[in-house]
Design a protein around this ligand. Sequence first.
Ligand code: SF4
Length: 240
Amino acid sequence: MNWEPWTGCYKISDGCSNCYFYGPNAKRYGQNTIQKTDKFDWPIRKKANGEYNIKGNKILPTCFATDFFLPEADEWRKEAWAMIKERKDIDFLILTKRIDRFLVSLPDDWGEGYENINIGCTVENQELADYRLPLFLSYPIKRRFIACAPLLEGIDLTPYLHGVDHVTVGGETGREARECDYGWVLDIREQCIEANVTFWFKNTGSLFKRDGVVNKINPFKQTSMAKELGIDILDGKRFF
Ligand code: SF4
């Protein structure tokens, strides 16, 4: 289960080119109309017996059908922070391509950061890694990771790994997907080993290049194939 307090998004960088919001599902997901959902207050909604609808002690992927830091959501985000603060028993997992809006989006009581938020900064190529990651590392965040997804080229993350707990890597999915080269994935994995940072190869993407051969991978097999390669170093960590 995810928490989608609002929906809709629009492209901000190269990794967005084939975002599923702009594919066949565009109509269904509302594309670039940013609007609150009927699940806006889901984490604090209670049942008749007074218990929360969502049980505690879980990871809750948040804003995976939008971006938490969209400027259009500035007003709503204040309430979202308050809900996150109330549910200290839930780990909110937030991925963003708009980390440069982090400081202007914070609640007054943020301090050094809330404990129950794990923020993932998405970087899909070297240029964006070199722009977003120094900002990401400079912000007060207690738990942070890097998501190279969709991975569009080899990336040198070594200057940035000292400040993160984890790296997730994934290929691009969809009919127009660009290639994901296994060599790039293995190279990032080596960087993680050197830096003592955990690593998860989440999915191969639709066009997976391995040993010089590009294969088309069925969307339903992209995650299991990545897992079967057996290169994850998770050290007991869970991300989804
Ligand atoms: S930021 Fe994410 S959700 Fe928004 S358009 Fe880009 S890939 Fe899609």
